[in-house]
Structure formats: C-alpha cells, structure tokens
Design a protein. Structure first.
Length: 69
C-alpha cells in the first residue's frame, strides 16, 4: 500500500511526498493543472490513463518532470 504525506496545501499548490513499493499503485488525483514530480530514487513506473494503453515512465534520482493534468 502506498504511503504519502501532504506537507503543504494552499489554494494553488499541494505538495505530497509519495512512497511506492514494488507492485503498489496510486491515483495522483491532481486537482490543478498538472503535477511536478521529483524522483527521490531511480524509478520505473507504468502509467495507466483511462481508455489508453499503459505507458512506461523511467526517471533517475533527482530528475524533475512536469505532467499536465
């Protein structure tokens, strides 16, 4: 089961620390225009979107990416 902690909530910004273990899943439920993700370790994820094939996501430790909502 994933664990996360919301560390700051404002009207335009929500910061969450998320830890996923192998085979965990998490629906990010972005309430804004998108998400800025920072990899704390090397990671390999499978992103599943409604009515679409899963996409592989690989990020290196320290890498930062923006994902539109």
């Amino acid at each position: 089961m994933p664990t996360y902690v919301t560390t700051l909530t404002k009207t335009s910004v929500e910061i969450m620390n998320v830890q996923l273990l192998p085979r965990d899943s998490k629906d990010p439920k972005a309430n804004g225009r998108g998400t800025l993700q920072v990899a704390m370790t090397d990671l390999s994820l499978s992103l599943k979107q409604k009515d679409a094939e899963p996409n592989a996501l690989e990020m290196s430790k320290g890498e930062v990416r923006w994902f539109s909502a």
